[in-house]
Design a binder for this molecule. Structure first.
Ligand code: URA
Length: 252
């Protein structure tokens, strides 16, 4: 007898039907394949018997005419180390941020990172199985504050600070207003430490902005995302978000 369950919501990633069923706890993936072949599964009201069928979180899946149950939503912040790619899998076998999460968590919840940090960037990375929240936080119209600690090569000039704050043209589009706070200048090592707060999430945005004003990034760490901070987490550690943090993220 198959339990009543619903589908997990994960961004726009389509996945094989049997994989989703297995993740929802219907049965093992092999057994789920048998269930599909037996014609016991409907996707959006239509019986499917093909094992290659792909489904997205928006699809309505029924097994023996029972809707798959939604898994409970979980929210974490990971202190991403450098040297990991922000992905849930990697064909080239490189280290991925998911390697840092316990197997039990990944077995029970289809968690994934919200947005991305470069391989060489460390800091705040939100992890969840809440596709709705992820969508809200990553759609370009939303202005979610992300604060970075940046060490750049060179002694930053006031002119460069002004440019960073006012906006830099990247791919023909000016970046939105940013906040800059210079923390220290190291004349000996010829570098400047600052915080840069931006409200967009364009590809390699901080690195490209700094490069554009003539101060390449040496080290980059995200200090906060939508108000969520590392809160004492050591590199590679993660913690569950507090209810008020989740509430704030939903209110942004
Ligand atoms: N900006 C970058 O350039 N890299 C990141 O990882 C995040 C923001």
């Amino acid at each position: 007898m198959v339990k009543s369950l619903t589908v997990i919501v994960v961004n726009d990633n389509s996945e094989r039907l049997q994989k989703v069923m297995a993740a929802c706890g219907v049965a093992s993936r092999r057994k789920c394949e048998e269930i599909i072949l037996a014609g016991r599964v409907k996707v959006n009201g239509v019986t499917v018997k093909e094992l290659g069928t792909k489904v997205t979180p928006k699809d309505c899946i029924e097994v023996d005419n029972k809707l798959l149950a939604k898994e409970s939503l979980v929210y974490y912040v990971l202190h991403k180390p450098t040297g990991y790619i922000t992905a849930v899998s990697d064909k080239l076998g490189r280290r991925i941020v998911m390697d840092l999460l316990p197997i039990e968590l990944k077995k029970n919840f289809r968690v994934f990172p919200i947005g991305r940090l470069d391989y060489d960037t460390s800091g705040v990375l939100l992890i969840t199985n809440d596709g709705d929240l992820s969508y809200r936080l990553t759609k370009s119209a939303k202005e979610i504050e992300k604060k970075y600690q940046v060490r750049v090569d060179g002694i930053l000039t006031q002119q460069a600070v002004n440019q960073l704050m006012r906006g830099i043209i990247l791919d023909g589009v000016i970046t939105k207003r940013a906040k800059v706070e210079v923390l220290s200048m190291d004349k000996q090592n010829h570098s400047t430490l600052m915080t840069l707060t931006i409200t967009e999430g364009r590809n390699r945005q901080v690195r490209r902005m700094c490069e554009a004003v003539g101060f390449p990034v040496k080290k980059l760490k995200r200090l906060s995302f939508g108000g969520v901070t590392l809160d004492g987490l050591a590199v590679g550690e993660f913690r569950q978000l507090k209810p008020h943090e989740i509430k704030v993220l939903y209110s942004l």
